[in-house]
Design a protein around this ligand. Structure first.
Ligand code: FEC
Length: 294
């Protein structure tokens, strides 16, 4: 049997406030950054308190260490937009003698615009020097569905499942992202026995083109108009506490709900809890049983 390693990938987050311009430039991929948007982003990170600690990078390290212990395989972290880069993680896996590298992204739903980018970075870095077994999506993984169903079961509130929006042009490109999101939401709602739920997007960027709708802020208005007065947000496109959760949901959406007089809460994110680590380990073990895609 060949030696295996895991490259565990996450979006990445600046370690310090001074890193925000370089981080944002990386996200923009060479396209210009508007100064007012950079100032706004810097302020969001400041209010999140990243001078003291950065939630996403810390949680990703906790997940890495726990997954490594659970699997008994070396696990290396690679960030899409920050350090350590996906290429650094691939190099470390190769240096450790990995002949097969499992690529697992800490985001369950496939889009060419999101997971496709992780895959490209990993495959370019490995460049044929090991077999790459890339996991494209795990949005219906039973452990994931059950973990989130547990969070929303027995709630009296209207449950709003959310995920990061993307430019709406992906719908015309046959991208599976939206369909996979609705499959996850439906599976979780069914497992939890929910009848009162809906789905909305969050975290749209200002890139000058239309993004997938509805956005959660408009959706809260609609729910209020429909007579809903109690909302529980269940993010399904993210698995950790980070800017898009702590700012877009806990701050912006929470403020809109307060203005509307809605009761508002969100589920605890999976972060590094043991049941979630067990689910990730199941996904990796299964991937190692199938022939490589490289
Ligand atoms: O905590 C942190 O510091 C990082 C939180 C973070 C996560 C995340 C996940 C996703 N994004 C996705 C798509 C896009 C697209 C653009 C875009 C822009 C940003 C910006 C920040 C940011 N994203 Fe993000 N994303 C996170 C953070 N994202 C900061 C830049 C400022 C802003 O627009 O608010 C637009 C790029 C462009 O300008 O062209 C597209 C998707 C995910 C979920 C999948 C994944 O985790 O990879 C999809 C976490």
């Amino acid at each position: 049997m060949s030696t295996a390693g895991v490259v565990l990938m996450a979006y990445g987050s600046p370690d310090r406030i001074e890193d925000v311009p370089a981080y944002y430039a990386d996200i923009r991929g060479g396209r210009p950054v508007r100064p007012e948007l950079l100032a706004d982003l810097t302020e969001r990170y400041r209010r999140l308190g990243i001078e003291d600690s950065n939630p996403l990078n810390e949680i990703t390290e906790q997940v890495r260490a726990a997954l490594e212990a659970e699997l008994g395989l070396l696990v290396f972290t690679g960030m899409k937009h920050w350090r350590p880069r996906i290429a650094d993680a691939a190099e470390a896996a190769l240096d450790a003698g990995a002949e097969a590298i499992v690529g697992l992204v800490l985001a369950p739903h496939y889009s060419r615009l999101s997971i496709g980018g992780y895959r490209e970075q990993l495959e370019d870095a490995v460049a044929g020097r090991a077999d790459v077994v890339f996991i494209e999506s795990w949005h219906l993984e039973p452990g994931f569905v059950e973990l989130l169903a547990d969070r929303v079961r027995r709630t009296a509130a209207h449950v709003v499942f959310t995920a990061h929006s993307l430019p709406a042009r992906i719908l015309g490109e046959g991208d599976p992202y939206e369909a996979q999101l609705l499959e996850s939401a439906t599976a979780i709602a069914q497992a939890a026995g929910l009848s009162d739920w809906s789905f909305s997007y969050q975290s749209e960027s200002q890139t000058g083109e239309p993004w997938l709708q509805p956005d959660i802020l408009d959706h809260l208005d609609e729910l209020k108009a429909r007579g809903v007065d109690d909302v529980l947000v269940c993010p399904i496109g993210f698995v950790a506490d980070h800017l898009e959760i702590r700012w877009d949901i806990d701050t912006e959406a929470q403020e809109r709900a307060a203005e509307l007089g809605l009761r508002f809460a969100r589920i605890e994110m999976p972060n590094a809890e043991p049941a979630f680590i067990g689910t990730l380990a199941t996904i990796v073990r299964r991937a190692l049983e199938v022939p490589s895609t490289a």
